[in-house]
Design a protein around this ligand. Structure first.
Ligand SMILES: O=C(O)CCC(=O)C(=O)O
Ligand SMILES: [Fe+2]
Length: 293
């Protein structure tokens, strides 16, 4: 079946499209290896989470659990009430996230099979030392109320690709291409986080170059998956109560970027080890690439 395409936003030189019935080959050529975002309208068709992940479901099953948001602990049942009653002016705290593999493994089957567009994946390869990705949450459920804004503009840690599947409600995303990195003021100690966090109201006196950036904003609705390629700056804001599943991916398309991040993290403190790790990752990339083909 041919791909059906709808243009979601065209602004400056950036076009974000929504596509249905896209072949893996088209995705690989136009998005994965072109490092270009897209909203996929039907990627999660096979997930039982698609109809199951509602506020009511989580309230019934997990009201007695606790969630930690920005260092504070909340009862999850109370949080669900809050996400339903929060408003644009007075949103519930965000992001409220559950780690599926670590804390809610029984929900894993609901987000399987893994999205075909998020394959092949090297995050779970036994040959990839776990430590290189420690601190990365690679499969999470996000809950938010209207007005809940992700706290900073960033690209995903370690240059992983992100797939954010909206399962309930509508969320607005803003993206900025990687070549505009000089305009977003990466934090000196955290180069994947921008100092300009209020992009709807940037402080142009403090961050004058941001005036040259061309952020584009669009809305993702239930059943739709946003592919955010590595290095693309982004942030999000819920327009309604929302539930989303975020999944990360690492493969040949972002391997070089990943290696660069590993090097940045290690080369200052442990230059000899950093060099050995680069050699290992370079060989590993070749070996895994052969298997993947
Ligand atoms: O859905 C959101 O709020 C954005 C999440 C995100 O970008 C992330 O966790 O890296
Ligand atoms: Fe992100």
């Amino acid at each position: 079946m041919a791909t059906q395409t709808v243009e979601l936003v065209r602004d400056k030189n950036i076009v974000v499209e929504k596509k249905y019935h896209m072949s893996y080959e088209e995705f690989a050529k136009e998005h994965l290896f072109a490092n270009y975002p897209v909203v996929i309208g039907d990627a999660c068709e096979a997930w039982s989470a698609k109809n199951k992940f509602t506020p009511q479901f989580f309230k019934e099953r997990y009201s007695d659990r606790e969630v930690s948001i920005a260092g504070k602990t909340y009862n999850f049942g109370d949080y669900i009430d809050w996400m339903l009653t929060g408003t644009e002016e007075n949103p519930a705290p965000y992001p409220c996230t559950l780690q599926i593999e670590r804390d809610y493994p029984e929900l894993l089957p609901d987000v399987l099979p893994r999205l075909k567009y998020a394959q092949p994946d090297r995050i779970h390869s036994k040959l990839l030392p776990n430590r290189l990705l420690s601190g990365a949450n690679t499969l999470e459920i996000f809950f938010g109320s209207p007005g809940a804004q992700f706290p900073y503009v960033h690209y995903d840690y370690m240059s992983l690709h992100a797939y954010i599947t909206q399962l309930y409600g509508h969320k607005e995303f803003t993206v900025i291409p990687p070549d505009q990195t000089p305009y977003v003021y990466p934090k000196p100690d955290n180069a994947w986080v921008s100092e300009v966090n209020d992009i709807r109201n940037p402080d142009l006196e403090k961050y004058p170059l941001f005036a040259k950036a061309t952020p584009v904003t669009f809305v993702v609705g239930p059943g739709e998956t946003l592919f955010i390629p590595c290095g693309w700056w982004h942030t999000a804001r819920s327009l309604t109560p929302t539930i989303s599943v975020a999944l990360d991916c690492l493969n040949a398309s972002n391997w070089k970027n990943f290696m660069q991040e590993v090097d940045t993290n290690m080369s200052q403190r442990r230059p000899a080890l950093a060099k050995a790790v680069q050699t290992y990752l370079s060989v590993l990339g070749g070996v895994l690439g052969t298997f993947e083909r």
